[in-house]
Design a protein around this ligand. Structure first.
Ligand code: GLV
Ligand code: MN
Length: 195
């Protein structure tokens, strides 16, 4: 979904004082082999949290060599019962491959139709750009997925965190009306997500 590059590479200078629509390139005289390799997805993420899951991002911010190339990857670790909670990527289509475990992978269209399947190692999925989706570990073991995106910075809006964990917080009046529940329910959910 990103624009096409206009040069072989443009290793991001993440500290440059200007940022227009992306990142400027560091001078090619400073480019080394290391700029084209990234080991940040080697390690299992810490799943000791509310969702029992962890997304390790291999986007342009982590791996500046991806700058302007229109691609990136994540590593998703899920403990048994762990959920990568419903979220959207505003700037990318996602595809993923299960490396280990058994997961319910689901997505919901803009027409509110829900599609899902249980996947195991070697199976792939695709989430069209911008659609809400999740992965739930339904196996007894840890699960591991690698995902790929057609953006160097796909962005992720996690529905629960977005609405109930924003700073400053979304007014209760908006959320009670949106979800047709009492303020006590909204405040309870907000308390889980720091909103
Ligand atoms: C999984 O949905 C991911 O965004 O990496
Ligand atoms: Mn995703």
């Amino acid at each position: 979904a990103d624009p096409d590059p206009l040069q072989d590479f443009c290793i991001a200078d993440l500290k440059a004082p200007i940022s227009v629509n992306g990142f400027p390139c560091k001078p090619s005289s400073n480019v080394t082999s290391d700029d084209f390799f990234f080991d940040g997805l080697i390690k299992e993420g810490d799943t000791n949290n509310l969702f029992k899951s962890s997304v390790t991002q291999g986007n342009v911010l982590a791996f500046p060599g991806l700058n302007t190339l229109g691609i990136s990857m994540n590593r998703v670790d899920l403990a048994p019962g762990g959920l990568n909670p419903p979220h959207t990527h505003p700037r990318a289509t996602e595809s993923g491959i299960v490396v280990r475990g058994k997961l319910l992978v689901g997505l919901i269209t803009t027409a509110n139709v829900f599609y899902s399947k249980i996947l195991t190692a070697g199976e792939m999925f695709v989430v069209p750009r911008g659609l809400m989706h999740f992965q739930l570990n339904v196996g007894e073991e840890k699960a591991l997925i690698f995902t790929a995106f057609n953006s160097h910075l796909p962005g992720a809006d996690v529905a629960s965190l977005n609405l109930f964990g924003s700073k400053p917080s979304v007014p209760d009046d908006v959320l009670t009306k949106a979800f047709q529940v009492d303020k006590s329910v909204v405040d309870l959910i907000k308390s889980k997500f720091g909103g």
